[in-house]
Structure formats: structure tokens, C-alpha cells
Design a protein around this ligand. Structure first.
Ligand code: NAD
Length: 264
């Protein structure tokens, strides 16, 4: 029987080369870079803020991991292609892409639909879906040229699964990311290329302007906000050979919010 990687529970990403776009922040991206390094991967940390990419990369190399900082903007196709090429240059190959950059509050105002202007709709769409599709195109071309498959994991949101009041464009874009993952899964399954989404609920990060509440969060069945590591561990799992038969899926990491019924 073929070994699907179950022998790699201890270091599930050992020997893999990963590109994390948006890995330099303090939130989910940084947690992903730390988790990837701990799981054995070489990590290219890409971010538009040079200091963030450098700090995250230095932290990893300081702990004995292989890492490189990459500076660029996800709004540029040339930068996205550069991220993939520089990852291959640094580590000899690329096995995994993680797309982190996104959000609404970081980019456009939170308003109801009738107050939203086209420019904000377009920017929310660009920062949450368009660039993810472009980065996926860039890495898929390299995966196909390398010939041994690869994984894409996108950080999504329950805003793309449930209603997203004052975040219509964000919710629609995140729903689009889940759709993109299903299409990539179907189009490239025979090439060994997988794409999945980690669909986050409320994660306590500086961007989300939320601190873990010691008194608990009654709206969340588990009674607490998520922490970046909750998302990062799901990203590691889906990027690893442990998930080699999983593609086109959205793994919801939300403390039970999206399954809560009216009486629960
Ligand atoms: N925090 C939450 O509650 C929550 C909930 C659901 C989904 N998410 C998703 O998590 C992701 C972001 O996670 P986070 O808030 O922890 O952020 P983060 O701090 O981990 O990283 C965001 C990084 O993206 C970088 N960035 C911003 N614009 C860029 C650009 N144009 N080009 C390149 N890099 C750029 C920033 O410099 C920052 O380092 C988003 O996709 C968001 O939709 C977050």
C-alpha cells in the first residue's frame, strides 16, 4: 500500500519548501511561518512591509530553521511571480503556498451594502480573491513544471459561509476563494496539486482588534476567541502529506460558531 505520509506525524512538513504570502504580520501569517518551521519546512516569508518579512525570517533562522524574507505587493502579478521564483531559487523547489493577506477592516470601511462605493468593493475583492487566484496561477505553473504536485492553502473566513453584515464584498470574496479551491482541486487533481481553505472564525489578532477575553465569549460555543495557532495548525495539516487525499475543502476553525443553531 502506498505510504500517504502517516509516518510523518512528528514533523509533517519535513523536507518541504513553503511560501507564506502575508507571513510577516503579528497574526495568523506569523503563526503559520512559526508552525511551518516547527513542522520541518523551509519557509519563504513574503510581505509588503519589509521589516515584517525580515523580522519573521530572522526569528525562524535564529531558531535553526531555513527561511528567507521576500518583499513585494500582492497587487502586482510580477511580485507574485517573483515570490514563487525566489522561493525556488532559495530552496531548490516549492511544495506549498499559503495565502494569508486579506480582510476587510484593514482595507475598506465597514458599511452596509447601499453605502458601499465601487472602489471599496473592488479593493476588497482584489485583496481577498483576485490576488489569491493570481498567486495560485503563478505557483500552479511552477508545480506543473516541477512535476511532483504541490499544495495551496488559503486563509478564508466564516464571512464567506455565513452572512457578513457591513462586509458584503469581503464575504463574497471569501466565498469566491472556497469556490476557487474546488475548481483548482478538480482541474489539477491528476497533477497531484491540492487546494484547500482554512475558514477562520474570530481569531484574536491586532488587525481584528481583539484580545482574548478572560471572561469568555458567550456568542462562541467554545467560549473563547480563536488564537492564531488555531488557524496555523489547520494550515500545517492541510499543507502536509497527512492531508494528501483532501482537496477542494474548507476546514472551518471557528470554535463552533457556524454550526450553532437558534436554541444552542
Ligand atoms: N483575525 C480574524 O479574526 C480573521 C477571521 C477570519 C479570517 N481572517 C483572515 O486572516 C487573514 C489575515 O490574518 P491576520 O489578520 O492575522 O493578518 P496577519 O497579521 O497575519 O498578516 C497580514 C499581513 O499581510 C501583509 N500585507 C498587507 N497588505 C499586503 C500587500 N498588499 N502585499 C503583501 N502583503 C501585504 C501585512 O503587512 C501583514 O503582515 C486574512 O485573509 C483574513 O481575511 C482573519
Amino acid at each position: 500500500m502506498e505510504d500517504h505520509g502517516v509516518s510523518s506525524f512528528a514533523a509533517p512538513l519535513e523536507g518541504l519548501s513553503a511560501l507564506v504570502i502575508g507571513g510577516g504580520g503579528d497574526g495568523i501569517g506569523r503563526a503559520v511561518t512559526r508552525a511551518f518551521a516547527a513542522a520541518g519546512a523551509s519557509v519563504a516569508v513574503a510581505d509588503v512591509v519589509a521589516d515584517r518579512a525580515l523580522a519573521a525570517s530572522l526569528e525562524l533562522t535564529g531558531n535553526g530553521a531555513q527561511a528567507v524574507p521576500l518583499i513585494g505587493n500582492v497587487r502586482s502579478m510580477a511580485d507574485l511571480e517573483g515570490f514563487v521564483a525566489q522561493t525556488v531559487e532559495a530552496f531548490g523547489k516549492i511544495d506549498a503556498l499559503v495565502t494569508v493577506v486579506g480582510g476587510q477592516v484593514a482595507f475598506v470601511p465597514a458599511v452596509r451594502l447601499h453605502e458601499m462605493v465601487d472602489e471599496d468593493w473592488d479593493l476588497a475583492y482584489e485583496m481577498n480573491l483576485r490576488w489569491v487566484a493570481r498567486a495560485s496561477r503563478a505557483v500552479i505553473r511552477t508545480f506543473l513544471a516541477q512535476g511532483f504536485g504541490g499544495s495551496i492553502v488559503s486563509v478564508g473566513s466564516v464571512a464567506g459561509v455565513m452572512a457578513a453584515p457591513t462586509q458584503a464584498a469581503y464575504g463574497a470574496a471569501k466565498a469566491g476563494v472556497a469556490s476557487l479551491a474546488r475548481t483548482v482541486a478538480a482541474e489539477y487533481a491528476r497533477d497531484g496539486i491540492r487546494m484547500n481553505v482554512v475558514t477562520c472564525g474570530a481569531i484574536a489578532t491586532a488587525v481584528a482588534n481583539a484580545e482574548p477575553d478572560p471572561d469568555g465569549v458567550p456568542e462562541i460555543p467554545m467560549g473563547r476567541l480563536g488564537v492564531p495557532d488555531d488557524a496555523a495548525s489547520a494550515v500545517v495539516y492541510l499543507s502536509s502529506p497527512l492531508a494528501s487525499y483532501i482537496t477542494g475543502q474548507s476546514l472551518v476553525v471557528d470554535g463552533g460558531v457556524s454550526v450553532r443553531g437558534p436554541f444552542s
